[in-house]
Each structure stands twice: as C-alpha cells, then as structure tokens.
Design a protein around this ligand. Structure first.
Ligand code: NDP
Length: 406
C-alpha cells in the first residue's frame, strides 16, 4: 500500500464553500491540439467544486482510501518543522500544486527514501529539483494542458487591464470619485500595438490566437518554430532571439517554463532593451524575471506596467516589493486554478495515480522526468538543472498576518 502526501492551499478564510456562483461548467471535449482530456476510471467530485484547497482534497480521498492507501493532506509545507517535511520521510508519492508549491529540494529528496513519484497538479514542475529527481530515478509528472487555456485568458485580461489602466480606474470608483483625467493619463488602446510572446507552446499560442482579433501585430520567440501555416494563419512574426523581439514590442508576455535557460532571463539588461514604456506580463514563473529589476524599471518609467500571478518564492513574503511597486496588476498565483481548471487537473492527477498504482505507463505528454532523464513534455520544454534554490524563504510568509481577500 502506498502513502500519498498531498500539499494544497488553505480553505477560504470564511470556510469551505457550501454553494457556488454557477451551477455547472461548460463541457470541453478536447484540448485545441486534439489531446484528450484526463481519462480517470471515475471521479468523486462535482466539476465546479473547490478542489485545490485542503478540504477539497483534489477529490481523491475516497478513491485512495478505499484501495487501502494512506492519504495525507496538508497546507503546512515550509520549514523543517512543517507537516510536509515530517510526512515526507516515508511518502511514496507527493502531489503539489504550483500555486502553493511544496518545494522538493535536493535536501528534501534525500530525506524522502521511499519517494517514487512527484505529481504536479497543474503545469510547471520547477518546484522540484529536477536534477536531484533525475539522479534518484523519481518520476515527475504534470497534467499537461489542464490549465493552459485558463492562463492564456488571464494573460489577455492582464494586457488589456494594464494598457487601458483598468485597476487604478476601478480604485477611483471604489473611493467614490469621478476623476476621469487621473484615470486616462495612463490609458491607451491595444489596437495597433506590437505584442510578443516569449515561447509559443500551449499557453503562448493560445494567447496569440486570443489577441489576433484585437488587430495587433503579433510576434513570438521560441526555440522551435511554429508550423508555417500556423504563422500565416495568425499573422505572427518569429524572431530568432528574445532581444530581437522585445526591441519592437509594446507589450511582452512570458510563457516559457522556468529552467536553467530561462531563470533571470528578464534582468536589468534585458528589460533595458525593451521599448521605453513597454508592458510586461509574466504568468510563467516569478524567477524568470529579476525581482528588483522589475521594480526599478517601473519606478524609472522603462516599463509602463507589470502584471502576472507568479512570484518567488510562493507564498511571497508580506514585504515582497512587487506588492507595493507602482503600476502593477499582480494577483496571487491564481490563473491556472480557476474552478474550471481544477476539475481538469484533479481528474488528471487521479489518472496519473491510477496508472502508477496499477503499474501502467503514465501518458508520455504528462511526463517531465522518468527513468533518470527528462522525458515526454519535459524533454521538449525543459533543460537539466535546479531552480528551487532560495525556496526556503517561503517559510517567512505568515498566514496569520495576511490580509483576507474579502
Ligand atoms: P508548453 O510546454 O506547451 O510550452 C512551453 C514552451 O516554452 C515550449 O514551446 C518551449 O519551447 C518554450 N521554451 C522552453 N524554453 C524556452 C526558452 N529558453 N526560450 C523560449 N522558449 C522556451 O507549456 P505551457 O504553455 O502549457 O506552459 C508554459 C509554462 O507556463 C509552464 O511551464 C508553467 O511554468 C507556466 N504555467 C503557469 C500557470 C499559472 O497558473 N500561472 C499554469 C500553467 C502553466 P520548445 O519546447 O519549442 O523548445
């Protein structure tokens, strides 16, 4: 029998919901590239329920316990005295969501003698030291495509919101004002702008598709070029380097995974090569941009706005400068954990567990590391290395000090 250790974010401050604003979710048959949605043998939840928090348990408890497995769920993930670190020592499987990542550093992997499988309930496995997982023969798998479209919607929302100066204008209304000039002195149209994506994978391509009707000029940089017919259909220009692309863009969105090649990619020098007054939207990973360089660029006017939902570490300390920097539209890491996305990645997590527990192969497209090497989607999109260093700072966040959202 296996021990499955699952790290999820806390329930809402006023308790696990007893009702929801909507009664159902739209039915989606397939992902845009034809990939099938998750295919577990069954699900024990109603799509649309909150599954990503501790009471939601990704809908896995009945399935696991009825088969005799031990299932431990906690949100206490940071620091040497955390429940996660204590329970990890004899866990066979760890499940974690990127929104509230259980950092699996080399030190923690060394303590986890039984660990065979690390599942990312979502997409992006940079919270696992992939180098150490590779060396130990641990399989790392994620639910590829489960929330890619969710994120692409968030990216479009954030580009529009920055360019049109939405959030400051909303603040004016909430404060009882009608200060139109204050709202519009930083407000523009997106129409006619040059917008570029760093990476045109599942999210990047979906962002391009969604932006096309806005009559913008589209650009991308990726290590692999899109098929020519897709480039033509979208009217998108490929650049052979990030530098070449950002020099012509009014808005740039980052949609690459975090790995050795992309860590700190947007440092002071790179941001300095962007057009003055450009907007930068990063929903990929916090560490792809340099924290202090972003703050400095907003203060100097080199960037007109920055938005995204990814930070490092997560949760971000209360005094993280991105909370208070000017002209930002940051949210906590939420874009990939809408209730719609949760239904897909909870089902995908169960599919991966069923395969693992039955000794069946996990879908190739879900694999990041297997058999001591990068595999499947990981072999395509990642490079070797470790991006977890510095993650111990997450222990500085105190939930008690946090301001509730409502
Ligand atoms: P995909 O694997 O479909 O796309 C990733 C793309 O990044 C690939 O096209 C890959 O290129 C490209 N890439 C990798 N390295 C580089 C590089 N050095 N320079 C430029 N491009 C590069 O994944 P998704 O689009 O679904 O997700 C992308 C990332 O977004 C995830 O890894 C995750 O970090 C983040 N994400 C964030 C979420 C959120 O809630 N905010 C939710 C989901 C994902 P190629 O393979 O062609 O070389």
């Amino acid at each position: 029998m296996a021990k499955i250790l699952c790290v999820l974010y806390d329930d809402p401050a006023d308790g696990y919901p007893s009702s929801y604003p909507r009664d159902d979710l739209p039915r989606i048959e397939r992902y845009p590239d034809g990939q099938t949605l998750p295919t577990p043998s069954a699900i024990d939840f109603k799509p649309g329920q909150l599954l990503g928090s501790v009471t939601g348990e990704l809908g896995l408890r009945r399935f696991l316990e009825s088969a005799g497995h031990q299932f431990v769920v906690t949100s206490d993930k940071d620091g040497p005295n955390s429940v996660f670190e204590r329970e990890l020592v004899d866990a066979d499987v760890v499940i974690s969501q990127p929104f509230w990542p259980a950092y699996l550093t080399a030190g923690r992997i060394a303590k986890a003698k039984n660990l065979k499988l690390a599942i990312t309930a979502g997409i992006g496995s940079d919270h696992v030291d992939l180098q150490a997982a590779t060396a130990r023969g641990i399989t790392v798998a994620e639910v590829t495509f489960s929330n890619s479209i969710s994120v692409s919607e968030h990216v479009v929302m954030m580009i529009l919101s920055l360019v049109r100066n939405y959030l400051p204008s909303w603040e004016v209304v909430k404060a009882g004002g009608w200060d139109i000039a204050d709202c519009v002195e930083r407000s523009y149209d997106v129409e006619g702008m040059h917008v570029g994506t760093v990476a045109a994978g599942r999210i990047g391509t979906a962002v391009l598709r969604r932006l096309k009707p806005f009559d913008v000029h589209l650009h991308y940089y990726d290590r692999h070029r899109l098929p020519l017919e897709v480039e033509r259909e979208l009217g998108v220009t490929w650049h052979d380097s990030v530098e070449d692309m950002i020099a012509v863009c009014d808005a740039v969105t980052i949609n690459a995974p975090l790995h050795a090649e992309t860590e700190n990619l947007f440092d002071e020098k790179m941001i300095g090569k962007m057009k003055r007054g450009a907007y930068l939207v990063n929903t990929a990973r916090g560490k792809i941009v340099n924290r202090d360089a972003v703050v400095a660029a907003l203060e100097s006017g080199q960037l007109a706005g920055y938005a995204g939902d990814v930070w490092f570490p997560q949760p971000a300390p209360r005094d993280h400068p991105w909370r208070t920097m000017p002209h930002h539209g940051m949210t906590p890491h939420i874009s990939g954990t809408s209730l719609s996305a949760q239904a897909r990645y909870a089902a995908g997590t169960r599919e991966i567990l069923e395969c693992f527990l039955d000794g069946r192969a996990i879908r190739d497209e879900y694999l990041i590391v297997e058999g001591g090497r990068l595999a499947g989607a990981g072999a395509h999109s990642y490079s070797e290395g470790d991006t977890t260093h510095g993650s111990e700072e997450a222990a500085r966040f105190s939930a008690r000090e946090a301001v509730p959202a409502k």
